[in-house]
Every structure is written in structure tokens, then in C-alpha cells.
Write a protein that binds this ligand. Structure first.
Ligand code: KG4
Length: 340
């Protein structure tokens, strides 16, 4: 029997829909929201309004691209949280409405579990290149920086997380004070390629366990700008590449240090990367090094599945479907970070 899942993702500023059949991706359509660029960050109210406009055409295109009619669907999987409440409400309400109208099963998906599930998406029937359980997943995005111990498709434990800013947030905020634009991560990544990563030294946190902190790095970055701008008003312009390269190196060092510690402590050498920041070329290279230097098995997602996308939600929904885990029309969105 074919199991065909429509996935819907609307947790932040991307409206996405995807269709997965028996774990194999058939389509993945995402409408990004340019409206936030002028504000240097996501404006929640504008995000919800854009989701309202995008959701029907995006779902329509995902079904058409997949060659699937609504009556062919087995279930609708949707992101229930964590995320922005107004944004989530659009996807959750749409999913519930469609399920009701078409008499479809409903599957709620935790957005963070969705990011991990990006590693289980099959490109073809014989695609079996996925991490073996248990593995560690470094989940880094604009809102999250976590180390997850993944024991099974739906059994994940958060063993470390940021106590303040997320890694992507650190990139975005530092890019903002340099006047680079939004989102800052890709811009910093590009400029860092022609800079010296050892030109500047920024603070690294020293906290216990596997938790992260990026607010000290952000403050020391700001102090470096403030002190140097007093001496040279063109300091940022003159040193953009070196500032970006040094910042990027520090973020990666912080992320990798805790991840390697966790891997050694737990004796796990199967390591995956997920979330928007996994598009970062320096971080991807650091992962490749885990393989070349230590012989660990590493899994870095294709670019299409790094940022928010519905393919990962449909994939997580597929594995929940197989286990018979469904929800009903009372499922309400939640904003708080949790992995359950
Ligand atoms: O997962 P995601 O799309 O959603 C949110 O959590 O918002 O992640 C977006 C984050 C942003 O902070 C963005 O700056 C960062 O991912 N990002 C990058 C790169 N591409 C996106 N950070 C560093 N380097 C990149 N190449």
C-alpha cells in the first residue's frame, strides 16, 4: 500500500508544502517572505499575513509537482511547534481544514524533530544513506542551537541547548551591526571566504555540560567594533572580510567543541547536522573534517533541506504514520522549545 503524506510547514517565515510517498520525496515547494528584509528580522504579524496569502498556492503547487490529487493522500502532517504562534496557526488551521474536508488522518510534527528527519528523506527507492541509531544531531538555526541524541525516528533527547542566543541569531545580529543586511548568516559566510579567520579574537563561553551560549561572543564582537570605530570610522568597511571570517570561526569552534565532547562522552561516532546554519560552508567543512581526521560517519543535509521546509515535516509525519501516531482536531500550536 502506498502511504502518501502532504507536509505543511509555517513555523517562521517560510510557507512550505511537500509530498512524500513511502518515504520518497515527490515535491517540495517553499515560498520565502522577502517582506522582512527591510526590517532586519522577521516581523511576526507580517509573517502570519504572508502565510495566509501563500498557503493555498504553495500546497496547490506541491500537489501538482508530485502528480498527486487530494484524494490520493493518506494523511496531512503539519508543524505544530515550536515557532511563531501566528505563523503556526495558519499551517495548523489549514491542515485541520483539509483533513476535515477530505476525511484524512492528521499528524502533528515537532519542528525540531522535523529538522532531524531531513536525514531520513529518500531521493529514490534505493536511497539508504541515512544515519544509524543512536546518533547525535547538531541542530543549528535562527532560533535553535541544540545537541540531540537521536535514539529512533521519534525518540530524541535534547542533551544540550543554548542558554541565550542561537548560533544563527549570533550571525544575524553581528551582521546587522555591521550593516550587512538580513539574514546575516549567508552574507557572513560569503565574506568570510576572503577574510583571515585569525585576524580578531572574540570571547568563547566556558559553561558546563553540552549547553551553548552565544551572547558573550556577540558582546565581545560589539566591543571590538566600538573600540576600533573610535580610532577609524571606516573600521567595519576596511575589515569586513576579516571580521566575518573571525566571527564564523569562533561560532564554529564553539559548536564543534561541545559536539565533539558529547560524542566522546557517549561514544557515538555517527554525527548529523541540521537547521538553517548547516548551510554554512565553514561548518560543513568542520563536519567533513570529523570524517577525514577521526573517521566518524557524518551526515550533512542537501542545501534544500537545511532551512525550513515541508519535506522534512512530511518525512517525520510518514514515520509517525507508520507507528500509528495521529492527532485530532483539538491539536493547537505551541511556541515553546521542546523536542516532544
Ligand atoms: O532553519 P532556519 O531557516 O529557520 C530559523 O530558525 O529561522 O534558519 C535560518 C538561520 C538564519 O539565522 C540564517 O542567518 C542562518 O540560518 N543561515 C546561515 C547560512 N544560511 C542560513 N548561517 C550561516 N551561514 C549560512 N550559509
Amino acid at each position: 500500500m502506498n502511504i502518501t503524506i502532504l507536509g505543511i510547514e509555517s513555523s517562521c517565515d517560510d510557507t512550505s508544502a511537500a509530498v512524500i510517498r513511502d518515504g520518497i520525496i515527490l515535491s517540495n515547494v517553499t515560498a520565502s517572505q522577502a517582506v522582512h528584509e527591510q526590517y532586519g528580522g522577521v516581523v511576526p504579524e507580517l509573517a502570519s499575513r504572508a502565510h495566509q496569502q501563500n498557503i493555498i498556492p504553495v500546497v496547490d503547487k506541491a500537489l501538482k509537482d508530485a502528480g498527486v490529487a487530494p484524494e490520493d493522500l493518506s494523511a496531512v502532517a503539519f508543524t505544530r511547534g515550536p515557532g511563531l504562534m501566528g505563523s503556526l496557526l495558519v499551517g495548523v488551521s489549514f491542515a485541520k481544514g483539509l483533513a476535515l474536508a477530505r476525511n484524512l488522518k492528521l499528524v502533528e510534527v515537532n519542528h525540531l524533530q522535523g529538522h532531524v528527519s531531513a536525514h531520513f528523506i529518500k531521493r529514490s527507492a534505493d536511497d539508504d544513506n541515512q544515519p544509524r541509531f543512536p546518533f547525535l544531531c547538531l541542530l543549528v538555526s535562527g532560533g535553535n542551537s541544540q545537541i540531540l541524541l537521536v535514539k529512533d525516528y521519534m525518540d530524541m533527547e535534547m542533551i544540550g541547548q543554548t542558554i541565550d542566543d542561537a548560533a544563527g541569531e549570533a550571525f544575524d545580529k553581528c551582521a546587522k551591526v555591521m550593516g550587512l543586511g538580513y539574514p546575516g548568516g549567508p552574507l557572513i559566510d560569503r565574506l568570510a571566504k576572503s577574510g583571515n579567520p585569525d585576524a580578531f579574537r572574540f570571547a568563547k563561553p566556558s559553561i558546563q555540560g553540552y549547553d551553548y551560549s552565544f551572547s558573550g561572543l556577540k558582546t565581545s564582537f560589539l566591543y571590538t567594533l566600538r573600540d576600533n570605530l573610535k580610532l577609524n570610522p571606516d573600521f567595519v568597511e576596511d575589515n569586513k572580510e576579516d571580521l566575518c571570517a573571525s566571527l564564523q570561526k569562533t561560532v564554529i569552534d564553539i559548536l564543534m567543541q561541545k559536539l565533539i565532547k558529547a560524542a566522546k562522552d557517549l561514544k557515538i561516532t555517527e554525527i548529523a547536522l541540521a537547521g538553517g546554519v548547516s548551510a554554512n560552508s565553514g561548518l560543513r567543512s568542520a563536519f567533513e573534517e570529523l570524517h577525514t581526521r577521526r573517521g566518524w560517519r557524518v551526515f550533512v543535509p542537501p542545501f534544500a533541506f537545511t532551512t525550513d521546509n515541508a519535506a522534512m515535516i512530511a518525512c517525520a509525519g510518514y514515520h509517525k504514520y507508520l507507528k500509528g501516531i495521529f492527532c485530532d482536531q483539538t491539536a493547537a500550536p505551541f511556541s515553546k522549545t521542546t523536542i516532544k
